[in-house]
Design a protein around this ligand. Structure first.
Ligand code: SF4
Length: 321
C-alpha cells in the first residue's frame, strides 16, 4: 500500500476496537489470479481487526460491460470468486459479512437512483470518459458502484460508520466522486466520506502488468500445482546475463518477479526475506536456485489451495440459500 485518503480516521477505530467497515467488489467475468490474493489478504487483516465486511458481486456491471447474464454472473461468482475468497481464508459465513448480488439488492438500487439525481452527464464524461454513444446501462453502473461503497452506512447495516475501500490507484477518481456524493447525501443519510487505500499491482510473470486475459503473465487460481510451479520457473528475474556477472554485480531483487512473489505470497518471515534480498544483491544467491525454491513454495501453496477450494464451493453456494 503506497497511499490513502482518510486512513488516519480508521486508525483510532482499529486500535480502539470500535465499529468500522471494509468494502470491496468483484466483477464476475474472468478468472482469478494470484494478484487478486493481495486484496483478499487486506480484507483478512481488516476482518481480524473487527471490521464488518461488505462484498458486492457486480453482476450489473458484468451485464453492462461484458453482456454476461445475471445467472451466469452468479455462477461465476460462486465457483470462481467466492470459492477462492473462502479457500484463501476469508470467512464469508460470519455474521458481520454481507455478500450480495447488485441486481438483487433493493436498498442498493434505491440508493443508486437517489445518487443518480446528484450527478450529471458532464461529471460522468469527465471521470469515466463516456461519450454520447455510451449505452445508458454502462453509464449507470459507476453509480451502482458508488452505492456499493455507501451501502454499509445505510440503516439496514447499522447506519453511518467509517468505511475503508482498498483499491488500485486507478480507482481514485471513482472514490472522489463517491466522497462528493456522500457529502451531498449527508443530510438525508448521515454518510461519512469513505476512506480508501491504494495498493500496487503485482507484476506479471513476464515483467508487464499481470492480466487475467494474458495467460503468460498470470498464475490462475484454478491452475494445478504443477502448472503454477512451471510458471514460476519461467518468470522474469532480476538476474544478470551470466553467472560471473551475477557473482560480481549481484542480482536486482527490486526488478525481480520471483522476489515479488516471495514477498507478497510465499514467505511471511521478514528476516528470511531480508536474507534472500541481501544474498541476491551480494551475488551469493543465483537465480536458478532461487527460482527452484520459489517454485516449490508455490507448488505447496497451490496443493493446499486445491484442498480448500474443493470444500469452499459448497460454502459459497450456501451464501445464497
Ligand atoms: S537471485 Fe532470486 S531474487 Fe535475486 S534476481 Fe535472481 S531470482 Fe530474483
Amino acid at each position: 500500500i503506497f497511499g490513502h485518503r482518510d486512513f488516519d480516521k480508521l486508525v483510532p477505530l482499529i486500535n480502539g476496537k470500535k465499529d468500522f467497515g471494509v468494502m470491496t467488489g468483484m466483477m464476475p467475468s474472468g478468472q482469478m489470479h494470484i494478484g487478486h490474493k493481495m486484496v483478499i489478504d487486506q480484507l483478512k487483516w481488516y476482518f481480524e481487526k473487527g471490521a464488518s465486511l461488505s462484498l458486492s458481486i457486480a453482476d450489473m456491471e458484468s451485464y453492462a460491460a461484458r453482456g454476461i447474464s445475471f445467472e451466469k454472473a452468479k455462477e461465476i461468482a460462486i465457483n470462481e470468486y467466492l470459492a477462492n475468497y473462502i479457500a484463501l481464508g476469508l470467512d464469508l459465513t460470519a455474521d458481520n459479512v454481507n455478500v450480495y448480488l447488485q441486481s438483487q439488492n433493493k436498498t442498493l438500487n434505491d440508493l443508486t437512483f437517489k445518487i443518480a439525481k446528484r450527478v450529471n452527464f458532464n461529471n460522468m464524461q469527465a471521470i469515466y470518459g463516456f461519450n454520447a454513444s455510451t449505452n445508458i446501462a454502462h453509464l449507470y453502473v459507476p453509480l451502482v458502484q458508488v452505492a456499493d461503497i455507501l451501502l454499509p452506512q445505510t440503516e439496514e447495516f447499522g447506519g453511518p460508520k467509517q468505511v475503508v475501500v482498498p483499491v488500485g490507484v486507478d480507482q481514485d477518481p471513482h472514490l472522489r466522486l463517491t466522497r462528493d456524493i456522500a457529502a451531498k447525501l449527508n443530510e438525508e443519510y448521515g454518510f461519512l466520506a469513505p476512506a480508501s487505500t491504494y495498493h500496487r499491482f503485482l507484476t506479471g510473470l513476464t515483467g508487464d502488468k499481470m492480466s487475467s486475459s494474458k495467460p503468460n503473465t498470470a498464475i490462475y487460481l484454478n491452475e494445478t500445482p504443477k502448472q503454477a510451479e512451471k510458471k514460476v520457473k519461467s518468470s522474469k528475474t532480476g538476474g544478470r546475463e551470466t553467472l560471473d556477472e551475477q557473482k560480481e554485480l549481484g542480482g536486482r531483487p527490486d526488478e525481480c518477479v520471483i522476489y515479488e512473489m516471495l514477498v507478497y505470497h510465499l514467505v511471511d518471515d521478514d528476516k528470511e526475506l531480508e536474507k534472500i534480498r541481501e544474498e541476491c544483491k551480494n551475488g551469493e544467491l543465483m537465480c536458478g536456485h532461487c527460482k527452484v525454491h520459489a517454485a516449490e513454495l508455490m507448488k505447496d501453496f497451490f496443493e493446499d489451495l486445491k484442498v480448500k477450494q474443493e470444500e469452499s464451493v459448497e460454502i459459497a453456494e450456501s451464501l445464497f440459500d
